[in-house]
Design a binder for this molecule. Structure first.
Ligand code: CMC
Length: 463
C-alpha cells in the first residue's frame, strides 16, 4: 500500500487515483493494478517517491536503477548551466563567450565561488589573496622529491593536493567562514604551483617559485618554463590563450570529477581531500585524458599526406577521431568555437610544429566530409587544448594536470554550494544485490577454489 508521507501521491489501493494534479506523473503498477500520482518539479520526479510502490506492505519499495547517473539529478545547483542541444554553456547565467571575451580566469573563478562578478575593489582583494597564497610549504617539495623521476604528474598532483589537508588541519572546521575562504583561495592559488613542480620534477629541473608580479596564467608559464633568466616574460598571446583555456575549463556542472568532489565532500571530509578526489576522477582517460589522446592520434598519423587515409580508416570504424564529438553538445562545443582563434595566435607565437599542420588538415577535411558532418563530429575543446599544449612543447602527460588547474575553482564552488545547503546528507547510493543469500560456510579443506573475480579476469601473477 502507498505510504502516507508522500505529500501529493494519492493511490487509493483499489486501482483509482484520488486526485490528479497537472504537475504530476501517474504510474500504474501492473503487478497490483494500483496507480500512484508522483509530483513533478523541474521536469523531475523524486526517486524517493517511487519507494511507496510495493506489492506487499513489508516490501522495500521500488527503486530507480541508473548506474552511470545518465538520467539522475544528484543535486540542485545554481553554478553552471548547459544546454547541450543548443551548444550553450553559462556560468551563473553569463554565456561562456562573454566571459572569454571580457574576463580573466581569476574574475571567472570569483564569479563561480561568490555567484556574481566582482566589483573592482573585490577583484583586487581576490587577486591579491590568491597571488599571496601561491607558495607551498617547503616540505611539499621534499614530498615531491620522493616520487620516481617518471611519476605521472596527475599522480603527484593528486597526492600533494590530498597532503595539503595535513598542512591546514583547520580546514576541517567546515562551518567556519574564514576557513572556508582560506581553503578556497589556497586551493586555487597552489594547484598551479603543484602542477608546475610536478612537471619540473619529471624534467629533472629545479622548481621555479611563483612570481607575484605576474598574472595567474603568466605565473604558471613562468613556473613551467623559467630557466636562467631573472624574469620570465611570457608571450602575451600565449598567456591570454592559456587564460581563455582556463576560463573554458573552470566548471562543467555535474561531471565525473565534480560528482566525486561532492560525494567525498558529503561525508564531511575537508575540502583538500574532496578536491583530491576530483583530481583522481579527472585522471581517468574517459574524463580528463582526451586531449592527451589527440596528441597520440596526431603522432600516429605522422604526416599531412596520411590524413585522408586516416579519415578513411575512421569511416571504416577502425580508428576513432580523438577530440571530435561530444556526449552533451550535439551541434557544437561552444568552448571549441572560442578557443579556435586563440589557437591560431599560439601557433603564430611558437615555433613551427608539423603536428599542428596535421591537426589543421585533419580538421579541414573532417568538417568537409559528409560522414563527419552528418554525425555532428566537430572538434571539441580537447582537440584545440591538445594542439595548443603541443605547440607550447608541454608533454602530453601534463595535459590533464593543466586541466585540473582551472577546474579547481569549479570543484571548490560546488563544494561550497553543497556544504552550505541545510540538511545535507551523505551520498549513499543503493544497489541491486545479485549475489548469493544465506550461503553455506564451507570449511577450507572442502573448498574447490574455482572462484573468479567478476568483470575482466584478474589473475594472480605466475598462476
Ligand atoms: N570518432 C569517430 N566516430 C565517432 C566519434 C569519434 N570521435 N564520436 C562518435 N562517433 C560516431 C559513432 O561511431 C557513431 O557512428 P554510427 O552512427 O555510424 O554508429 C556516431 O558517431 C554517434 O556516436 P555516439 O557513440 O552516439 O556518440 P557519443 O555521444 O556516445 O560519444 C564521445 C561522445 C565524446 C564519447 C565520442 O564522440 C568520442 O569518443 N569522442 C572522442 C573522445 C573525445 O574527444 N572526448 C572528449 C570530449 S570533450 C571533454 C569534456 O567535455 O569533458
Amino acid at each position: 500500500m502507498p505510504t502516507e508521507e508522500t505529500a501529493k501521491s494519492a493511490a487509493t489501493g483499489d486501482g483509482s487515483v484520488a486526485a490528479t494534479g497537472e504537475d504530476s506523473l501517474t504510474v500504474t503498477d501492473n503487478r497490483t493494478g494500483r496507480r500512484y500520482e508522483l509530483p513533478i518539479e523541474s521536469e523531475t520526479i523524486k526517486a524517493m517517491d517511487l519507494r511507496q510502490i510495493k506489492v506487499h506492505e513489508d516490501d522495500f519499495g521500488m527503486m530507480a536503477y541508473d548506474p552511470a547517473y545518465t538520467n539522475t539529478a544528484s543535486c540542485t545547483s545554481a553554478i553552471t548551466y548547459i544546454d547541450g542541444d543548443a551548444g550553450v554553456l553559462q556560468h551563473r547565467g553569463i554565456p561562456i563567450e562573454r566571459l572569454c571575451e571580457k574576463s580573466t580566469y581569476l574574475e571567472v573563478a570569483y564569479l563561480l565561488v561568490f555567484g556574481e562578478l566582482p566589483t573592482r575593489p573585490q577583484l583586487e582583494d581576490w587577486t591579491y589573496d590568491i597571488t599571496h597564497h601561491t607558495f607551498v610549504h617547503e616540505d611539499i617539495k621534499k614530498f615531491l622529491t620522493g616520487f620516481r623521476y617518471d611519476a605521472h604528474p596527475m599522480g603527484m598532483l593528486l597526492a600533494t593536493t590530498g597532503a595539503l589537508s595535513t598542512f591546514y588541519p583547520d580546514a576541517k572546521k567546515l562551518e567556519d567562514p574564514v576557513e572556508r575562504y582560506l581553503a578556497t583561495i589556497r586551493l586555487i592559488a597552489k594547484i598551479p604551483t603543484l602542477a608546475a613542480f610536478s612537471y619540473r620534477h619529471n624534467s629533472g629541473l629545479p622548481y621555479a617559485y611563483p612570481d607575484n608580479d605576474l598574472s595567474y596564467s603568466e605565473n604558471f608559464l613562468s613556473m613551467m618554463f623559467k630557466m636562467t633568466e631573472t624574469k620570465y616574460e611570457p608571450d602575451p598571446r600565449v598567456a591570454r590563450a592559456l587564460d581563455v583555456l582556463f576560463i573554458l575549463h573552470a566548471d562543467h556542472e555535474q561531471n565525473c570529477s565534480t560528482s566525486a568532489v561532492r560525494s567525498v565532500g558529503s561525508s564531511g571530509a575537508d575540502p583538500y581531500s574532496a578536491v583530491a578526489a576530483g583530481i583522481a576522477a579527472l585522471y581517468g582517460p574517459l574524463h580528463g585524458g582526451a586531449n592527451e589522446a589527440v596528441l597520440k592520434m596526431l603522432r600516429h598519423i605522422e604526416k599531412v599526406e596520411n590524413v585522408p587515409d586516416f579519415l578513411e580508416s575512421v569511416k571504416r570504424k577502425e580508428e576513432k577521431l580523438m577530440g571530435f564529438g561530444h556526449r552533451v553538445y550535439k551541434n557544437h562545443d561552444p568552448r571549441a568555437q572560442v578557443i579556435k582563434d586563440h589557437a591560431g595566435d599560439v601557433f603564430e607565437a611558437t615555433e613551427y610544429n608539423p603536428l599542428i599542420e596535421i591537426a589543421t588538415e585533419l580538421e579541414r577535411h573532417a568538417l568537409e566530409e559528409e560522414y563527419f558532418v552528418s554525425r555532428k563530429l566537430f572538434p571539441n575543446v580537447d582537440f584545440y587544448s591538445g594542439v595548443i599544449y603541443e605547440a607550447l612543447k608541454i608533454p602530453p602527460d601534463m595535459f590533464t594536470a593543466i586541466f585540473a588547474i582551472p577546474r579547481t575553482s569549479g570543484w571548490i564552488s560546488q563544494w561550497l554550494e553543497m556544504t552550505a545547503e541545510p540538511g545535507g546528507k551523505i551520498a549513499r547510493p543503493r544497489q541491486i544485490y545479485t549475489g548469493a543469500i544465506d550461503a553455506e560456510y564451507e570449511p577450507i579443506a572442502d573448498r574447490s577454489g574455482g572462484n573468479t573475480i567478476s568483470g575482466p579476469p584478474a589473475t594472480r601473477p605466475g598462476a
